[in-house]
Ligand binder design. Structure first.
Ligand SMILES: [Ca+2]
Ligand SMILES: [Ca+2]
Length: 210
């Protein structure tokens, strides 16, 4: 190989390496632009709840894709009831805390409270009377929800719901949102009495999406 051919080979190799590096960088950039889903798992032992005999798991998977927040929640409840529900509170008034909406003053921007019944209906929800940190439901006004629920014996529930950034009052500079959840399992007498704490689990977390 003469000197000229050798240089051509070296330059060709450099070009290929550069091309591969650029493709890799492009793919990395694409990957970071599309935030990968995040998972949050909560567990409640038999001493903390009466919903299942063993440990109850509430498994959140969230993803911010194309300006839409997707939420998937798996709960290993062992029996279906149309009035089992997942309550969600999202910090949509963007003050960094999850606020009670029980008082409902006309000039206050409240956080979003969403009730996802197992039968895909929803109703007005109320969050956070002092000392009762779970979501309560209105007795009237049940309507089709925007969520989709499935129940499989031996596995439990999967709740799926999504909102646009605009619906959640999020802008491009926002990088996280705080959430509260409550899951309430049906028990006999449920409709005529106060909720029983051991039929409810709840938790809070902050989802960082950028
Ligand atoms: Ca149940
Ligand atoms: Ca708030």
């Amino acid at each position: 190989m003469n000197r000229k051919s050798f240089l051509v080979v070296v330059l060709s190799v450099c070009l290929v390496v550069s091309l591969v590096a650029n493709v890799y960088l492009y793919l990395s950039w694409k990957a970071s632009e599309h935030h990968s889903p995040d998972t949050f798992v909560f567990s409640y032992g038999p001493e903390e709840q009466s919903i299942v005999d063993g440990v109850l798991f509430v498994n959140f998977t969230l993803a911010m894709l194309d300006d839409r927040l997707y939420i998937i929640v798996k709960i290993n409840d062992d029996d279906y009831s149309e009035v089992d529900f997942l309550g969600l509170v999202l910090d949509t008034n963007r003050n960094g805390t999850l606020d009670s909406n029980v008082k409902q003053e006309w000039n206050v921007a409240y956080d979003k409270v969403y009730v996802a019944f197992a039968d895909n209906t929803t109703v007005a929800g109320f969050y956070g009377a002092p000392g009762t940190p779970w979501v309560g439901t209105s007795k009237m006004g049940k309507m089709p929800g925007r969520h989709v629920t499935s129940f499989e014996s031996g596995k439990g529930y999967v709740f799926k719901v999504s909102w646009t950034m605009q619906e959640l009052n999020l802008t491009q500079i926002d990088t996280s949102i705080k959430l509260h959840f409550s899951f309430e399992d049906f028990w006999w007498g449920h409709r005529y009495d106060l909720p029983k704490p051991d039929w409810i689990v709840w938790g809070e977390f902050e989802y960082v999406f950028g």
